[in-house]
Design a protein around this ligand. Structure first.
Ligand SMILES: [Zn+2]
Length: 66
């Protein structure tokens, strides 16, 4: 008999390119580890921060509450 076991899907970690098996035992997929996940989140936050920093003025659209 030929046991046709389904090949595990492997993705490359977007941060360090480490092959990550796409399964329940890879809670941080597509990242290889929590560290890489946090790095990715950090990059997003950084981009957001840059965008926010470009507009230095806060949207002050409200009644004058002095
Ligand atoms: Zn990684």
């Amino acid at each position: 008999m030929t046991s046709s076991s389904p090949a595990a899907t492997v993705v490359a970690c977007p941060i360090c390119r480490t092959p990550v098996e796409w399964g329940a035992h890879s809670p941080y997929r597509p990242f290889c580890s929590e560290r890489c996940k946090l790095i990715d989140l950090g990059q997003w936050a950084e981009e957001r921060y840059r965008v926010a920093a470009s507009g230095d003025e806060p949207p002050s659209e409200g009644p004058d509450t002095h």
